[in-house]
Design a protein around this ligand. Structure first.
Ligand SMILES: [Zn+2]
Length: 331
């Protein structure tokens, strides 16, 4: 996929495209940033731009020539993709094999490109095997590593790569990726986008069933806002956390809190006069309307802040039960 089709990350892709055009691209790149935001796609775009037979004036790949096509289908002999095997790691043999091929001039392309996905999975021996090549890349060879945990790489590897840091994507961009590239229906894409914490990859892993379950939990939790005394609110919290044997996990509770945030955001939007069609939960307008009656604008704002603090606490490993009870009592 050429740079122009990458959703988001405009500044980074412009920088890379310009460097390719000027021939100033560093031979070792480390694309760092959250999982699922598009780093691997950008790595592929670098390989295409370097080998395209009919590049655009701005240096971007055409996306259609023989080289682009072969890179997209992962059959271009000069573009090597190294990914984790079923053990979750990348072994030294795989790296040695790739480096051996770098000893020869590119066969069909202009540049040989070695793409390493989730590079933190490179076993230590594999990283050590890479070191010399990162320091003095073979002629006409470019290494592009991607990682969501770059600090797990050996310091020596990090210091030999030029790091570019990717951020999270806004929900609108996530929805675009889901509808354009993954055939997700627009309404569902919008809901997933709100819950995905800036990552299209994370959005894709949230199955619809999980989504509905999280939202049911969220609706139950927000029910605490109408519950009278503390005991009633704690009962709500208990029902959301679940019985001992069947307790929601930390991730599941985070999904519930995010779903609740999305609902509260919709409530605030309704108070501000927004149309149902722009809501993340526009598929259940009656639920949002009922919540809006229970949560006037100031209460919705406070609820949003409460949920935000709860999510931070959950991320920092605070007890799931304690956090949920706190939310139920604050709403
Ligand atoms: Zn091309």
């Amino acid at each position: 996929m050429p740079f122009r089709d990458v959703v988001g990350h405009r500044a980074l892709t412009a920088l890379l495209r310009e460097a390719v055009t000027r021939g100033t691209l560093p031979p070792t790149l480390l694309l760092a940033g959250p999982a699922g935001v598009g780093k691997w796609r950008v790595a592929g775009a670098v390989a295409e731009a370097l080998n395209c037979q009919a590049p655009a004036a701005d240096g971007d790949a055409c996306g259609e020539c023989r080289a682009c096509d072969r890179i997209q289908r992962d059959v271009h002999v000069d573009v090597l993709r190294l990914t984790a095997d079923e053990s979750g790691g990348i072994k030294v043999d795989v790296v040695r094999d790739a480096l051996e091929r770098c000893g020869f001039r590119p066969f069909e392309g202009a540049r040989r490109v070695v793409l390493i996905r989730d590079a933190e999975g490179l076993l230590e021996a594999a990283q050590n095997a890479l070191l010399k090549s990162l320091e003095e890349p073979p002629p006409a060879t470019v290494f592009v590593l991607t990682s969501a945990a770059p600090d797990a790489l050996l310091r020596t590897v990090r210091s030999r790569t030029m790091r570019l840091t990717f951020g999270r994507l806004p929900p609108a961009d996530i929805a675009t990726v889901l509808t354009r590239d993954h055939d997700v229906a627009a309404g569902e894409a919008q809901r997933l986008a709100m819950l995905a914490d800036g990552s299209p990859g994370a959005a894709l892993t949230l199955a619809t069933s999980t989504l509905n379950e999280s939202r049911e939990g969220a609706i139950a939790l927000l029910g605490a806002a109408g519950a009278g005394d503390l005991a009633a609110r704690l009962a709500v919290a208990k029902s959301v956390v679940g019985e001992k044997k069947d307790e929601r996990t930390r991730q599941e509770l985070q999904a519930v809190m995010r779903a609740a945030s999305a609902l509260v955001r919709d409530v605030a939007a309704l108070h501000a006069g927004a149309d149902h069609r722009v809501l993340a939960n526009g598929d259940v307008p009656e639920v949002v309307a009922a919540l809006a009656r229970r949560l006037p604008a100031p209460a919705a704002r406070k609820a949003f802040a409460t949920l935000d603090r709860a999510l931070t606490a959950l991320e920092r490993n605070a007890g799931t039960k304690v956090v949920t009870e706190w939310v139920a009592s604050e709403l």
